[in-house]
Design a protein around this ligand. Structure first.
Ligand code: PLP
Length: 398
């Protein structure tokens, strides 16, 4: 039947032939669940991996794959490496997909408790139930690492976050990667706070990078997504299979929003870093402040490590206000320029009370042993004029 003979109803339903004749300037959003084939043999070739191509957006999609490849290229810039990258539905799905892909039941992961609370909860409440056992340490002392690893032969991977959320503690990437290689362990880093603009873990020999791309990579707080990056071909197959079958794939629209955000990443990170340094210095001189945690300050315990592996110190800091939880709450409620929101890395300055939000479900004793006390406030310093930020902070203290 020729197309001209189709009925009105059928013409409405049928996709019209694509009229594209020129290349779009901007990456299109491929809002499609599946891809079509002229001949079934072509579909078989793609399904069996003999031919490159897209079949179903849970398996891969041009918008998503293009953005993933862009971030992989940024992580590997100035290296000889050609990493793969997969975008996921969130930072959490990047962590869980990767861990389930490379670990088996009975394996242990050596991790830190002083990281994003959701990651610790994932290890304790989900992965543990499926036989993947978290072991906690600080990752800062090689002798302790050595003795934990020798006592726990089931340890398969080292998971780290540097700088950590919300205390900005850093792990020496060169040292931990050398240790892991000596012991045959896999290394995974959450590079969310830095982005590849400030820190490129692959250069230090780290095996896998995950991002909550929801944060600085996007920068505008309008999408949730994650990324897994690595270089090992066997792992790539396992990750691809796990992602496809557990279904934590990103969607094209969120990938597209990330692509937009990436275009201004360097501009934003430069201003975030400059503003955070200025606010940290100002806070550290204020009589109402007990302690400032910013790895750009010489007084921070991780400053030397941060200086070695980061090109700037980023936009995240936390501080302890003199007093307790009520004083922290009162301060946050009065801070009008800043937004109270449980996220970070957006262009506007955001404040959060970790003990009652991001780290609420971490055991209080453990939380406090890492300094996450009731008077701690986390600040994701935005790209506003720093004079305004400082003035607003000053007014609230008064
Ligand atoms: C450092 C870090 N990693 C991972 C995540 C999880 O990311 P998402 O919310 O995109 O799942 C967060 C969330 O706040 C985070 O702060």
């Amino acid at each position: 039947m020729s197309k001209r003979n189709l009925s009105f109803q059928s013409l409405c339903v049928k996709e019209h032939k694509d009229t594209k004749t020129t290349t779009p300037h901007q990456l299109p959003v491929y809002a499609t669940s599946s891809f079509v084939f002229d001949e079934v043999e072509e579909s078989v070739e793609i399904f069996t991996g003999k031919k490159q191509g897209h079949v179903y957006s849970r398996y891969g999609n041009p918008t998503i794959d293009t953005v993933a490849a862009k971030v992989a290229g940024l992580e590997a810039l100035d290296t000889q490496l050609e990493p793969f990258a997969f975008m996921t539905s969130s930072g959490m799905s990047a962590i869980s997909t990767l861990c389930y892909a490379i670990c088996d039941s009975g394996d242990s992961i050596l991790t830190q408790a002083n990281i994003y609370g959701g990651t610790t909860e994932l290890f304790n409440k989900v992965m543990l139930r499926h036989g993947i056992n978290p072991i906690y340490t600080r990752h800062t002392d090689t002798d302790t690492l050595r003795s934990i690893v020798s006592e726990n032969p089931a340890i398969k991977a080292i998971y780290l976050e540097t700088p950590s959320n919300p205390m900005l503690d850093c792990v020496d990437l060169e040292a931990i990667s050398a240790f892991a290689k000596e012991k045959g362990l896999i290394t995974i880093i959450d590079n969310t706070f830095c982005t590849p603009y400030l820190q490129q873990p692959l250069k230090f020999g780290i095996d896998f990078i995950i991002h909550s791309a929801t944060k600085y990579l996007n920068g505008h707080g309008n999408s949730i997504s994650g990324i897994i990056i690595g270089t090992d071909d066997d792992a790539k197959v396992k990750i691809k299979t796990t992602l496809k079958l557990m279904g934590g794939t990103c969607n094209a629209w969120d990938a597209w929003l990330l692509n937009n955000g990436l275009k201004t990443l360097t501009l934003r990170m430069d201003v975030h870093s400059r503003n955070a340094m200025e606010l940290a210095q100002w806070l550290s001189l204020h009589p109402a402040v007990e302690q400032v945690n910013y790895c750009g300050l010489e007084s921070h315990a991780s400053h030397i490590i941060a200086k070695k592996q980061m090109s700037a110190f980023g936009g995240m800091l936390s501080f302890k206000i003199k007093g307790g939880q009520q004083d922290a709450f009162r301060f946050m409620n009065k801070l009008q320029l800043c937004t109270q929101a449980p996220t970070l890395g957006d262009v506007d300055t955001l404040v959060l009370h970790p003990a009652t939000s991001s780290h609420l479900n971490i055991d209080k004793e453990i939380r406090e042993s890492f300094g996450i006390t009731q008077n701690l406030i986390r600040v994701s310093v935005g790209i506003e004029n720093i004079a305004d930020i400082v003035e607003y902070f000053g007014q609230v203290f008064e």
